[in-house]
Design a protein around this ligand. Structure first.
Ligand code: NAD
Length: 469
């Protein structure tokens, strides 16, 4: 078996999808290339006084639209191939969801748990400084966000470092998204990727003919779900799926899994992990020694939400799920996908399903550029208008509305309401487009449909620039 290359897998998806289009080969070659990659080494001084050299990357896959955008990952597995692949996926994700950015990704090769908070701050700020030096970050250039192993705290350090070097740049806070609310972040960004996964899967199970082919009923109600990885994306995906009526029967983590066919309460599992440091030994659950074994358990929907290359040609033949919702990036290898598709497993691809994060990041970037929260201008106007409407309903019907009915009518939309509504609209529309493309080409393979759409949208940008007429 040849060595696995995530980037080669992505190139394979592009080639396969391009064969359904009529674009010139030169355009496809340009779309495939990673436009710039910056590999860096820098030293930090550890708390014990010793020095450590850190390896890190930032890949800008496509400059067809700027700024480019993509998360920063902290993991000991980070390497050039992975960063390039993840940056490429960002390009197609943004195109698919009509988010006007090119794709990028960053990574720092560290095992996070080995460093203190102080050391992580030093690493983050030094990484930001290296990006600033090479003009690899900026509101109009390249806008990072959180990914595996990072969150709002790291984004705050990056924004602060960037601002310190750009005190005369009015849009400095738009240099990074996923920031804390107190540092010009946006309501709903933390849970956005998981919420998007929920909207995407809810959409996927809403089509009767598609579900009939899989032997499933319509709707999320009662669907049995297994989730791999209870981090930001996994936890929020599971939480919203559970609230939407699904039953979470299994959760896999790096140190093992838990299984309960009656259902695991996701908030309680998260609390158990905060209390004990692990999901294992959660009340009434069966302990699974090796987390990846859970991927092979019987379920309706499998949601890998940890890392790439989790379902390979080795375990793919034993997967029993009817639907795989790729919440992580690249959890199913290309070879595994061929086996799964032959076995009739529906795969909802990462470039669609986890695009909620970048969609809400786009809203945050816009908020930073406008320096105003969404809804601020119209909220009071809407409130007064709605109040008049409620009064009119009462006088026309001759009946008083209950307090809750009245509140529901008159309350104007909060920033979070608007963000969630924008996210839902984006996810629902993109699913419809993806499904129509699949139907047009008689494809069961939703990834190819997603890539065809994205390639077509990227090609329009090149045409607009007068390239590849
Ligand atoms: P995270 O660091 O918050 O969580 C990852 C979780 O996976 C952790 O709980 C970790 O313990 C667990 N994990 C690690 N190895 C595992 C293994 N072998 N088996 C089971 N669990 C394992 O990361 P995240 O932000 O939730 O990202 C997860 C995936 O989602 C990544 O592929 C990332 O690229 C993708 N993604 C994240 C975002 C985002 O907004 N954070 C957006 C789009 C895509």
């Amino acid at each position: 078996m040849s060595e696995y290359s995530f980037f080669e897998d992505v190139l394979g998806y592009i080639d396969k999808s391009a064969s359904y289009t009529t674009h010139p080969q030169g355009l496809i070659d340009q779309i495939k290339q990673c436009n710039s990659i910056f590999k860096m080494y820098f030293p930090i001084r550890l708390d014990n006084g010793e020095y450590k050299v850190i390896e890190a990357y930032r890949a800008q896959h496509s400059h067809h639209k700027t700024p480019v955008k993509g998360g920063i990952r902290y993991s000991r597995h980070v390497n050039e191939d992975e960063v390039k692949a993840l940056a490429a996926l960002m390009t197609f994700k943004c195109a698919l969801l009509d988010v006007p950015f090119g794709g990028a990704k960053g990574g720092i090769k560290i095992r996070r748990a080995e460093y203190s908070k102080n050391e992580i701050e030093k690493i983050t700020r030094r990484y930001a400084f290296e990006l600033i030096k090479k003009d690899f970050i900026g509101p109009a250039v390249d806008v990072p966000a959180p990914d595996y192993g990072t969150g709002a705290q790291e984004m705050a350090w990056i924004a602060d470092t960037y601002s310190a070097f750009h005190s005369d740049t009015i849009n400095a806070s738009a240099c990074v998204t996923g920031k804390p609310l107190t540092m010009f972040g946006i309501h709903g960004r933390t849970e956005a990727t998981g919420r998007g996964v929920f909207f995407g899967l809810r959409e996927a199970v809403s089509y009767e003919d598609d579900m009939t082919k899989l032997g499933l009923t319509v709707g999320l109600e009662g669907k049995k779900v297994i989730v791999q990885g209870l981090g930001n994306v996994g936890f929020h995906s599971a939480k919203f799926l559970q609230e939407g009526g699904a039953t979470i029967i299994g959760i896999a983590e790096y140190d093992g899994g838990i299984y309960d066919p009656e259902g695991l309460d996701i908030e309680e599992v998260a609390q158990h992990r905060r209390d004990t440091g692990s999901i294992l030994n959660f009340k009434n659950s069966q302990k699974i020694e090796t987390g990846t074994d859970l991927l092979e358990y019987e379920c309706d929907i499998l949601v890998p939400a940890a890392l790439e290359n989790q379902i390979t040609e080795e375990n793919a033949p034993r997967i029993k799920a009817k639907i795989i919702g790729e919440a992580a990036n690249g959890p199913v290898s290309k070879n595994a996908e061929e086996i799964l598709l032959k076995n009739g497993v529906m795969i909802i691809p990462d470039i669609y399903l986890n695009a909620g994060g970048v969609t809400v990041s786009y809203f945050e970037w816009l908020k930073n550029l406008s320096r105003m929260s969404f809804g601020k201008l119209e909220k009071r106007y809407d409130y007064l208008n709605n109040e008049r409407l409620a009064n009119a309903i009462e006088s026309a019907s001759g009946q008083k509305l209950s307090n809750s009915q009245r509140d529901a009518i008159i309350k104007g939309a909060s920033e979070e309401d608007l963000v969630n509504s924008g996210l839902e609209e984006a996810m629902v529309n993109a699913y419809k487009e993806m499904r129509e493309t699949a139907k047009k080409h008689n494809l069961f393979d939703m990834r190819t449909a997603a890539f065809i759409l994205a390639i077509n949208k990227i090609s329009v940008s090149y045409l607009e620039q007068g390239i590849f007429p």
